[in-house]
Design a binder for this molecule. Structure first.
Ligand SMILES: [Zn+2]
Length: 262
């Protein structure tokens, strides 16, 4: 399923306990934490690409509180065809629930994910570039709050493959945004993401998943770190508010490959 990322190679990778290697002799060692870094220097924008360790740790605590369970449960219940690859896999919560594989630009995220699920495959790769996956080798692509390139998704999926997107709903974090920003303007987002996948995919179903929760100060702080990337104004304003009642919501969309007409 995985493909060599050395320029002009693209041959199948064989993964073992120590490394991944292709028939041309290109090899990628496993990091001490268990993930494999397939990022090539030209696909790296900065020395610390992707989410920082601080953001990854905040998201891991958020997941550990069960606050992402509603969307994870909704995706698991779709019974997607495998193998499944989660794009922008973060600290690996969905990959663990699905028994899938995942990739993410952040080495800190993939280190955390690999430590918590040593038997699953986590790869560092840039979702905005060519994906390190073979043509037609994947049953389903999932992406929670992560960009999916329609051309790449169509290339790596089998003809019967599925794409599942989950993005923050318009009412997501309404209470928290009011506390942190003084207002909770609607955030219509799913439509734009759906457009990105045309004309490669047909929208099959959508679902709004929402829960109402009370976040204590630590839980609210972790959401803010993960959402506002540690910008201090919103953080300090929300901290003053103490416990915050808020909605957590997601819009889920399921796509199938568009069949050629005629
Ligand atoms: Zn190679």
């Amino acid at each position: 399923m995985w493909a060599c990322t050395v320029r002009n190679c693209g041959l199948p990778l064989t993964l073992d306990e120590r490394r991944a290697h292709c028939p041309s002799g290109h090899a990628f060692d496993r990091a001490r934490q268990g993930y494999i870094n397939l990022l090539q220097p030209q696909d790296r924008r900065s020395l610390q690409p992707g989410d920082s360790p601080e953001i990854v740790a905040a998201r891991a605590r958020h997941v550990a509180r069960g606050l992402t369970d509603p969307i994870l449960d909704a995706i698991v219940s779709l019974n997607l065809p495998g193998p499944i690859v989660d794009v922008g896999a973060g600290e690996g919560a969905l990959v663990r629930r699905l028994g899938a594989s995942g990739f993410d630009l952040s080495p800190a995220a993939m280190a955390t994910a690999a430590r918590t699920a040593p038997s699953l495959t986590f790869v560092v790769a840039n979702a905005d570039r060519r994906w390190p996956l073979l043509d037609g080798s994947v049953g389903s692509i999932t992406a929670v709050n992560a960009r999916v390139d329609g051309v790449e998704a169509r290339r790596v999926l089998r003809p019967d493959g599925r794409v599942v997107l989950a993005v923050a709903g318009t009412d997501d974090l309404d209470g928290l945004r009011t506390a942190a920003l003084g207002a909770a303007p609607d955030r219509p987002r799913l439509d734009g993401w759906v457009e990105r996948l045309r004309p490669h995919f047909e929208l099959q179903a959508t679902k709004h998943v929402a829960v109402r929760v009370t976040l204590d100060e630590a839980a609210a702080r972790d959401v803010l770190i993960a959402t506002w990337r540690g910008r201090h104004g919103p953080l300090s304003r929300a901290s003053e508010a103490g416990a915050i009642e808020t909605t957590l919501s997601w819009d889920l969309a399921v796509f199938a490959a568009a069949q050629p007409r005629g």
